[in-house]
Design a protein around this ligand. Structure first.
Ligand code: NAD
Length: 256
């Protein structure tokens, strides 16, 4: 058990990558706060189902990461339930496809509020607790290969993920004296609900897979494995880095 008795909070943990990270953390002995967004009965049901499987080591907490009061309540509920917080995984994220010339302010702010502001405020609330505890901690961001490579039609998403990369690097420096490790996981194409539109379209799937050297989509569990490493003592000297989990996608350059 690599995370025995650690306390972790995972945002957007009712589906996809977040769900897999929460399950793997629990299997590694952690106490886990499974966050789900308000106003979605399927997310609420999935989060509650997940924590049933964790026994007394899980709580499901409804919170919109883009609202500071929700986030502060969620961190307080985690500390009230388990006495501390050691690991925060900023996984919640959304994307809206929109050609740049048609981009609305409302859509821009929605994506940046959830993906970037949400990650900032969760990190800040968790890090303040970690500093108070005085025993270090781990902040992990689930960013994207699109923190680095362009994705036409998704400017707000790319802007949010690129900004997460720089925020992660800054926090790694500011929080190093407190022994808080800060790292990014940048997934490539992972089979989760966010990619439903590709997964359900055989032609789009064929095109997408042809761009991936490994020849297939990744599985959420393959991202969770890297999250366990970054949350564990094995990552003691690892901070300020991006870990790509992308089957080689970012290395793919097609010239002909
Ligand atoms: P997903 O849609 O299953 O997961 C996103 C989760 O975020 C959902 O559970 C959703 O309810 C939650 N969420 C959305 N808004 C929220 C809010 N305001 N407050 C709290 N939770 C909220 O898709 P996923 O692929 O598991 O995505 C997880 C993360 O991985 C996202 O940040 C996404 O950008 C990133 N990512 C995914 C892929 C991929 O190919 N699947 C690739 C790169 C990065």
């Amino acid at each position: 058990m690599r995370l025995k008795d650690r306390v972790a909070l995972v945002t957007g943990a009712s589906s996809g990558i977040g769900e897999a990270i929460a399950a793997r953390f629990a299997a590694e002995g952690a106490h886990v706060c499974v966050n789900y967004r308000p106003g979605s009965p399927p997310d609420e049901a999935a989060a509650k189902r997940a924590v049933e499987g964790f026994g007394t080591r899980g709580i499901a907490v409804e919170a919109d990461v883009s609202r500071r009061e929700d986030v502060e309540r969620m961190v307080a509920e985690t500390v009230a339930a388990f006495g501390r917080i050691d690991i925060a995984v900023n996984n919640a994220g959304i994307e809206i496809k929109r050609p740049f010339l048609e981009q609305t302010d409302e859509e821009w702010h929605r994506v940046l509020d959830v993906n970037l502001y949400g990650a900032m405020v969760v990190s800040q609330a968790a890090a303040r607790e970690m500093v108070k505890q005085g025993t270090g901690g781990k902040l992990i961001f689930v960013s994207s290969v699109h923190e680095d490579i362009p994705f036409p039609g998704y400017t707000s998403y790319c802007a949010s993920k690129g900004a997460i990369r720089m925020m992660m690097r800054n926090l790694a420096m500011e929080l190093a004296p407190h022994r808080i490790n800060v790292n990014d996981i940048a997934p490539g194409a992972i089979a989760t609900p966010i990619n439903r539109y590709v997964l359900e379209d055989p032609e789009a799937m064929k095109n997408a897979v042809s761009e991936i050297p490994w020849g297939r989509f990744g599985r959420p569990e393959e991202v969770a494995g890297v999250a366990v490493f970054l949350a564990s003592d094995d990552a003691e000297y690892v901070t300020g880095s991006t870990y790509y989990v992308d089957g080689g996608l970012t290395q793919q350059v097609t010239l002909y």
